[in-house]
Write a protein that binds this ligand. Structure first.
Ligand SMILES: N[C@@H](CCC(=O)N[C@@H](CS)C(=O)NCC(=O)O)C(=O)O
Length: 343
């Protein structure tokens, strides 16, 4: 591979990927577009860039979180795909991300108001795959960071997208003054090392680990993933318990918190059942629960996603279009996230 060595906090090792997949292990592929906002090709300007996302996708959730927390909603436009992907009868192919605001969600019996058409490329593509195909790529994943001026994909790797949004927030037109804005990756080498270490461990056992548990068809792979996931939850619980810190690295919200959030937000209402991660709920970890509620309460966080999309997307496709309704007790979600005292 010509690419520099894989960073495990960003991507999985691809060694023996074909053989591992053949044995039933879920192995996430590598993102092909790795441009950077701030480089000569992609100058940081307000209004120039666009995001294509799906709200059920946790990697997209990272970038909608960064966009909102950094105050970039007015300067980076956004399109939202339907959470369920194309059906078997689709004229192009099943299982593709589709822009279709008229599509009915089985969960609500109605259209989803957050879903949009493709308003970013000027071509009105129906499928995310067509945005990639316009550049000769065979990929089809979300999120996609797109340059409306040069009509090119900048980057499709969420870990890199959130880093560049943070770095260029001012030039991209953030409405939040620097003094009031979270710096997700502060320029302090000890802190950066700590964030990098947390990102690495959390990516492997939690963010990607959830998929390893839920999407692998090999019992042994599942068992290892399940144990690693809950061991890491216990480790993080102990970290918060040790000194009652507000966030993972202390008293400021950083990239490490941002990257943990999409998985824990999905855990009780979705992953507990769908990913077979039924060892415990986040509600059973008092510090993690309070952290989850604390992050949920930050400006822009609740609006960065929708649990309706998550439920529809994770269950609608692979669970016969029937979406489980719980949890109901002690309270429905996401309302429960407004109640740190529940744990
Ligand atoms: N490395 C990517 C992974 C993104 C990813 O796996 N997205 C999934 C949705 S959750 C996807 O679009 N998969 C469909 C595909 O790859 O065709 C990132 O973090 O940005």
């Amino acid at each position: 591979m010509s690419k520099k060595q894989l960073n495990t906090s960003v991507e999985e090792s691809q060694s023996n990927a074909a053989a591992r997949r053949a044995k039933g292990e879920f192995v996430r592929g590598v993102s092909g577009f790795r441009g950077t906002i701030g480089d000569r090709d992609f100058p940081a300007e307000p209004g120039r860039y666009h995001l294509f996302v799906a709200f059920n996708c946790p990697w997209c959730h990272r970038v909608t979180l960064a966009r909102n927390v950094l105050g970039l909603q007015d300067s980076i436009t956004l399109d939202v795909a339907f959470p369920g992907r194309t059906n078997e009868g689709d004229p192009v192919a099943p299982n593709l991300w589709e822009f279709n605001p008229a599509r009915i969600a089985t969960l609500t019996g109605e259209t989803l108001p957050e879903c949009t058409a493709d308003t970013g490329t000027g071509e009105g593509h129906r499928l995310v795959k067509e945005i990639y195909a316009a550049e000769g790529s065979n990929e089809g994943s979300v999120p996609v960071l797109y340059d409306k001026k040069s009509k090119r994909i900048v980057n499709n790797e969420s870990a890199e997208i959130i880093r560049m949004l943070n770095e260029q927030a001012t030039h991209l037109g953030s409405v939040i003054p620097v003094a009031d804005r979270s710096d997700l990756y502060p320029n302090n080498s000890a802190l950066r090392d700590e964030i990098d270490r947390l990102n690495d461990a959390i990516y492997i056992s939690i963010n990607n680990g959830a998929y390893k548990a839920g999407f692998s068809s090999d019992q042994a792979v599942y068992v290892v993933a399940f144990e690693a996931y809950f061991n890491m939850l216990s480790e993080l619980e102990a970290r918060f318990a040790s000194d009652d810190r507000s966030f993972l690295t202390g008293n400021s919200f950083t990239e490490a918190d941002l990257r943990l959030f999409p998985t824990l937000y999905r855990h009780d209402p979705v992953y507990y059942v769908r990913m077979k991660l039924n060892g415990a709920k986040i509600l059973h970890y008092p510090h993690l629960w309070r952290w989850l509620c604390r992050v949920y309460a930050l400006p822009g966080v609740a609006a960065s996603n929708s649990l309706v999309h998550c439920r529809q997307g994770y269950f609608g496709r692979s669970w016969n279009n029937v979406v489980p309704l719980g949890p109901v007790l002690p309270m429905r979600y996401p309302k429960a996230y407004l109640h740190p005292e529940l744990a």
